[in-house]
Design a protein around this ligand. Structure first.
Ligand SMILES: [Fe+2]
Ligand SMILES: [Fe+2]
Length: 325
């Protein structure tokens, strides 16, 4: 066999992959894919899964303090949905040849990242509403295009996730409407929460396009469908009328309608703050990772018990099979 043969094979495989992408069709787990594509997806899906799981913390913090049984039930259901999103996404990542245990280890060793937004603290109950409205709202803008992502398992997971996210956004907005129709003190809480979460929400779309080196390649692979700035603009345009309906002011003096662009102009987020939070020095980074580590270690006995049970079942089945033979 000549040395050239495997190379030709690889080239053929690559041509097939490129044709699938060009035809806007899906790549499935058993299909050949370039190593860079696989690595990019593992990184992105893992970060996404970690974000869902870490994102349970700022809201879980308010389950015991939610003001009524109804609000507790709603918040509990929402936080539970986020756990489910994490599970679908870890399962999607596993189809690329990594396992969840390994990804969890990377998260608690701070070797993989999660969304910067979850490193901010939730200081009042109005934050729960604003997280639903703005944070889940920004997540929807980011995630709806991922339903058409070129990697099949990721795209399919996103369809279900996006349906649930739209409930999350509505529950947040409904909560804020109730507070906006309440007392002056409640309206004040809504305004303060909006002031604190607006800029970090804009940062959820990632750095400006000029400063986002991986975006071009992700777009060429049909993983990403729109640039960070396009999605950020969409989010701003969507949020302005919602803020008006709530009677809150978005904390950006440069925010105004631009007739020529048929879009809102808006101010620049503090990118130094974004970089610091991503690098691990946000207000709650250490606390979030430490909490996740404690939960993982505390759950070790459950995983061991489940494994022991599965081994016992397998051994029993084996015995039955042997006896029948
Ligand atoms: Fe989610
Ligand atoms: Fe959500």
């Amino acid at each position: 066999m000549s040395i050239a043969e495997p190379l030709t094979d690889e080239r053929e495989l690559e041509t097939g992959f490129d044709a699938t992408i060009a035809a806007d069709q899906r790549i499935e787990p058993r299909d050949w894919m370039p190593e860079g594509y696989r690595k990019t997806l593992i990184r992105q899906i893992a970060q996404h899964a970690h974000s869902e799981i870490i994102g349970m913390q700022p809201e879980g913090n308010w389950i015991l303090r939610a003001p009524s049984l109804r609000r507790k039930a709603i918040l509990l259901a929402k936080v539970q949905d986020e756990a489910g999103h994490g599970m679908y996404l870890y399962a999607a990542a596993e189809t690329l040849g990594v396992d969840r245990e390994e990804l969890t280890e990377k998260l608690i060793d701070s070797k993989q990242k999660y969304s910067s937004i979850f490193n901010y603290p939730t200081l009042s109950y109005a934050d729960i509403g604003v997280i639903g409205w703005l944070v889940d709202g920004a997540a929807i803008c980011n995630q709806v295009p991922l339903c058409r992502c070129s990697y099949g398992p990721y795209a399919r997971a996103m369809i279900r996730i996006c349906k649930e996210e739209s409930f999350h956004q509505r529950q947040g907005y409904e909560l804020l409407l109730a507070m906006a129709n309440g007392t002056d003190a409640q309206r004040q809480m809504v305004q303060e929460a909006t002031d604190r979460w607006w800029w970090p929400s804009l940062m959820m779309f990632g750095p400006p396009d000029g400063d986002s080196p991986n975006s071009q390649q992700s777009m060429a692979w049909n993983i990403k469908r729109h640039t960070n700035d396009e999605l950020r603009q969409r989010f701003v345009d969507m949020s302005v009328p919602q803020a008006e309906a709530l009677g809150v002011t978005l904390p950006d003096p440069e925010l105004r309608w631009n007739d020529e662009r048929q879009a809102h102009d808006y101010g620049e987020p503090d990118w130094d703050e974004f970089k610091a939070v991503i690098a691990g020095s946000g207000p709650a980074n250490a606390q979030r990772v430490a909490h996740r580590r404690r939960a993982h270690e505390g759950g070790a006995w459950v995983r061991e018990a489940a494994q022991a049970y599965a081994d016992k079942q397998a051994a029993r089945k084996d015995e039955v099979r042997k006896a029948a033979a």
